[in-house]
Design a protein around this ligand. Sequence first.
Ligand SMILES: NC(=O)c1ccc[n+]([C@@H]2O[C@H](COP(=O)([O-])OP(=O)(O)OC[C@H]3O[C@@H](n4cnc5c(N)ncnc54)[C@H](OP(=O)(O)O)[C@@H]3O)[C@@H](O)[C@H]2O)c1
Length: 336
Amino acid sequence: MLAYELEAFGFESLKLVERPEPTAGPGQVVLKMRAWSLNFRDLMIAKGQYNPKLRMPAVPLSDGVGEVVQIGPGVSRVKVGDRVAGAFMPKWIAGAITDAAGRSALGGGGPDGMLAEKVVISEEGVVHVPEHLSDTEGATLPCAAVTAWHALLGEGSLKAGDTVLVQGTGGVSIFALQLAVLNGARVIVTSSSDEKLARALKLGASDGINYKTTPKWDERVRELTGGAGVDYIVEVGGAGTLTQSMKAIKGGGQISLIGVLTGGAGQVNPLPILMRNFRVQGIFVGSREMFEAMNRAIALHKLRPVVDRVFPFKEAVEAFRYMETAAHFGKVAISA
Ligand SMILES: NC(=O)c1ccc[n+]([C@@H]2O[C@H](COP(=O)([O-])OP(=O)(O)OC[C@H]3O[C@@H](n4cnc5c(N)ncnc54)[C@H](OP(=O)(O)O)[C@@H]3O)[C@@H](O)[C@H]2O)c1
């Protein structure tokens, strides 16, 4: 079977190679993969910015959907023919994250990732995908969607009438927008592109702010909320946006610290956190239990992930290059 292996850092070192057919051991299943999706993390991993000590060769990608084609002894959660996604951290089932769960994250230096024709994975680490979704739509869920769910409805307890600020229009942010709208919240979106903001409004956002032409976007957020600020911020910007987010958040609100698009290191004045009683909550994707809870909501409301572009498996490297341009809105996917 064919698989992509990262032989060195750099997209040019992502090679399609022949690997032995996997077989399912006790408690394991083999998936014949149908679709995958990319996350910003996958670009960082391939470029050596995520785990500089990554063992090579490494199979990339955390996100994929496949059909169960073989089950090992003792498997009872799934059967041959089921369509499932891998959980981002197959060992994080429920409750608080543990170090062992964190180390089980796919495609980042622990277990091999999903970008192969067949994948062997523990039965505990797979989740059925809502039936109304296409394979590529299903493949967008494990990382970005679960992260957005965790931020707003796992650690967060979003309710109708709350206001959410999402930064940018990438995978995590568009899922956060959709889930917030689904729950009756008002959504404010920032983006570098007026055209993307127009698309976000069509998805149900109430207001858009271009962070290039309105660099003091936190002031605009305050204006739009009558001076109060927002209840939740999906913070994907990191060091370069956190200080402004701390001005845009309402007293008692929650900033979910998710991404580092503008960098991970910087100076932050912690005083406003205590003076205005807001929470800065770290989010690392989520558990299988959160994935399953999210899927129930997605299935009930027939929510459809936003897939910007789908690349064929043989052109997976082009998908990495496309995503790096940040031209996308929502998710970039790969199809078998
Ligand atoms: N902690 C976790 O568990 C977790 C999980 C998933 C992702 N992440 C992190 O979250 C971030 C987003 O991931 P993703 O996969 O959603 O990425 P993505 O799809 O590549 O989204 C990137 C988008 O972010 C926006 N952006 C970039 N700089 C920005 C800024 N200064 N202010 C506001 N928006 C900005 C841009 O939107 P516009 O084009 O609209 O300007 C860009 O298109 C990454 O840092 C990733 O590593 C963390």
